[in-house]
Design a protein around this ligand. Structure first.
Ligand code: SAH
Ligand code: SF4
Length: 333
């Protein structure tokens, strides 16, 4: 909504510093209403209240566990989207949604199981972080990291996602360093190239989940269009160009991609490259019949990577109890 107000200020020839003040209120002080904009005259505040709502999203509910808080928002056209705040040590990471559901249809993902609605607007992406910043402000904390790993495929909403990154990164707005922002994609190669050419310093994560085309295509239909060889090639270029490791996410699904043979195949695919592998234990949900591998299967898989010096970690699954974990975001039921 902020853009419309900005335009209103310009149309009504309000002085430039009013726009600066408005930005201060929204992006630095994280106010939640026009009434908190105390340096604006009462008259101006009333006009704003009458003409605009400050946000397009409304916060519907929050669900907490020890280290995650899921925020459910309603859009102006009555859709529901979700964001997750993760607390680890000093970091305050927001997992943002970029679309209302997803067109990619990955077989293991709750977001992909629902019919796609639409892309989120720049405002809707940014407001997720604004609301969470307002929440953290009460504890004297602020958002430190952003990951585009909520609902949707960020590179299918490329322009809005890139514009939102610029707002997160902007010194006069959120001032979150590009290195603290991660875009996760299922592998839309032309967009990865475009993104690489922007030289933003933002980090790239690839949802891999299988190390051969047959298996990957059966789990992730996008692989038929952009097969592994081409995907890895463009990721190698990304590393060369930006000097940055690419993260590969690999969801371990019981009896599907979790065997020692699968681990060895993954080693062959990534050996000698500057990469980090994030192993994620599959999070069950109502939309797919897959299961979680046992702890020992997960350790065996990791051992194969360790022995072959592929840097990897097992991502702690956060937010499972509140359906806020990876791939469980499916809007409000
Ligand atoms: N569309 C983007 C970002 C959102 S998904 C992408 O696919 O990368 C964020 C991560 O959660 C992805 O790596 C995705 O593959 C993973 N994920 C999806 N469903 C999951 C599930 N049921 N359990 C664990 N991780 C899952
Ligand atoms: Fe979409 Fe990512 Fe889920 Fe695949 S894993 S369906 S790309 S959100």
């Amino acid at each position: 909504m902020y853009k419309k107000i900005n335009r209103y200020f310009q149309d009504n020839k309000l002085p430039k510093f009013r726009i600066k003040q408005l930005e201060e209120f929204v992006f630095k002080q994280f106010v939640s209403s026009f009434d908190e904009m105390t340096t604006f005259s009462k008259d101006l505040r009333e006009q704003l209240n009458e003409k605009f709502s400050l946000f397009t999203l409304s916060l519907i509910e929050t669900k907490k566990t020890k280290d995650t808080i899921k925020f459910v928002f309603k859009t102006e056209d009555n859709n529901y989207i979700e964001s997750v705040l993760m607390l680890h040590d000093k970091r305050r990471t927001v997992c943002v949604s970029s679309q209302i559901f997803c067109t990619m249809g990955c077989k293991f993902c709750a977001t992909g199981a629902k019919p796609f609605k639409r892309n989120l607007t720049v405002e809707e992406i940014v407001e997720q972080v604004l609301f969470i910043s307002q929440y953290l402000k009460k504890k004297d904390e602020r958002v430190s990291n952003i990951v585009y790993m909520g609902m949707g495929e960020p590179f299918m909403n490329y322009d809005n996602v890139i514009e939102s990154i610029k707002i997160f990164n902007n010194r006069d707005k959120f001032d979150i360093g590009a290195r603290h922002i991660v875009i996760s994609t299922c592998g839309i190669i032309p967009r990865i190239k475009e993104f690489m050419n922007l030289n933003l310093q933002v980090r790239l994560a690839i949802s891999l989940h299988a190390a051969n085309d047959e298996l990957r295509s059966s789990l992730m239909p996008i692989n038929k269009q952009y097969p592994l060889k081409n995907l890895i090639k463009v990721c190698d270029q990304f590393t060369e160009r930006t000097n940055k490791k690419v993260s590969y996410e690999y969801v371990l699904i019981r009896d599907v991609n979790d065997s020692e043979k699968d681990a060895k195949e993954l080693v062959q695919l990534l050996k000698g490259k500057l990469v980090h592998v994030n192993l994620i234990v599959y999070n069950p949900h109502d939309f797919a019949k897959f299961g979680r591998p046992s702890q020992s299967v997960v350790s065996n898989f990791k051992n194969v990577l360790d022995r072959n010096r592929i840097e990897c970690s097992i991502r702690r699954s956060m937010g499972d109890e509140i359906s806020g974990a990876c791939g469980q975001l499916a809007g409000k039921k």
